[in-house]
Design a protein around this ligand. Sequence first.
Ligand SMILES: Nc1nc2c(c(=O)[nH]1)N[C@H]1C(S)=C(S)[C@@H](COP(=O)(O)OP(=O)(O)OC[C@H]3O[C@@H](n4cnc5c(N)ncnc54)[C@H](O)[C@@H]3O)O[C@H]1N2
Ligand code: MOO
Ligand code: MG
Length: 396
Amino acid sequence: MITFKEAYQKVLEHPLDLGTENVPLLSSLNRILAEDIYADRDFPPFDRATKDGIAIQFSDFANNGHSFSIEGIAAAGVVQQVLKDKSNCLEVMTGAVVPEYCDAVIMYEHITIEDNKVTINEKVTKGQNIHYKGSDEKVGALLLTKGKKISPAEIGVMATVGKSTVKVMANPKICTIATGNELVEVNEIPKPHQIRKSNMLTIESALLDSKIEASSLHLLDDKSIIQNELKKALTENDVLLLSGGVSKGKFDFIPDVMETLGVEKVFHRVLQRPGKPFWFGIHPKMKTVVFSFPGNPVSTFANYHLYFLPWLQNSWGISIDKSYIKLGVTINIKQPLTRFIQVVTAEKEGVIWATPVVENGSGDLTSLAKADGFICLEPRDMDYEVGEVVPFVKTR
Ligand SMILES: Nc1nc2c(c(=O)[nH]1)N[C@H]1C(S)=C(S)[C@@H](COP(=O)(O)OP(=O)(O)OC[C@H]3O[C@@H](n4cnc5c(N)ncnc54)[C@H](O)[C@@H]3O)O[C@H]1N2
Ligand code: MOO
Ligand SMILES: [Mg+2]
């Protein structure tokens, strides 16, 4: 059996070239940017007034109690106004183009207006309250680099440079496949020996978090049905995410059927808990990548986060999320299994601490809703101590 580190490495060695696609700006939220975004003009694109008040041509007399007649008004959204007489002023609104021949804006709170004449009551400096053209970014400047996850902040930047469609990394075509005669639909009342299928809804919703819509199948524990359905699924998808049917049971047909269908096994079983009977393979001709997760709900969920998400990020050519956390308790991990322990996180004096949740093994799917993620602990002789920093896989 291979170690977790070896299995993880082997999964990363089988990326898919997923390509790119163009999507409407708003639909690009939470996708991965696949193009560099440049400034299409200077930012700001004109000398912009940053306060409501008056615009003047600055000179010493501006500070000497000189009064200015109001020539007119410069509103936002109108063409640049021109100050005709430099001893006059123009009223100007925030967001308006600073009028030609003006180089200072004084806010209303600092002036007195009487009979269309303005007296300035505060010291004035040249250039005050003007957001100069190109002072944020110059036309042609690189604003966003490809590979960035698109958040609302990036949407705003792309909107301002006129990107109504955006090139993003394409999603793989995925089918999620539940296996097992014991599984019934969510809206059914299970008989005493049955359970509702939950794993693939967990996985489908996790995929939606990455903006991936997947199709789904449920296969009964019948070898010929499994063979026919998987044959079709292999041709129609880039990735199959299965749960169940990979352990030692008399009805765990998945590994055999995969090999019959020509999917090459990369590995089966990993020295880890939960998720040990994980089967991973690839069809050499169709290039379909198969993640066949063990059926216990915590195993399926853990392996999705431990293997599939890094594989996806690697296929998109972006850096793989890594995080660490401080351990809130002492733990001993004996040889030979790498352990993934569900924890809750809590902040104390600016530091995030992880504490294991009370759970009842990898079949206890209610524990998933109690935890914030898994800490990843390699087996070793020494205890893991309180305060030790350990790898953490966030699941919410
Ligand atoms: N003799 C051995 N038995 C088992 C071993 C072993 O090493 N030797 N490994 C155990 C471990 S660890 C796991 S994990 C499970 C994996 O089993 P399978 O992948 O074969 O999955 P199934 O047998 O089909 O189901 C296991 C368990 O999970 C439930 N399940 C399956 N699919 C779903 C679903 N979509 N939604 C909710 N629950 C699901 C299923 O009802 C079973 O209770 O094997 C151990 N056995
Ligand atoms: O992986 Mo099994 O996941 O230990 O129950
Ligand atoms: Mg089984």
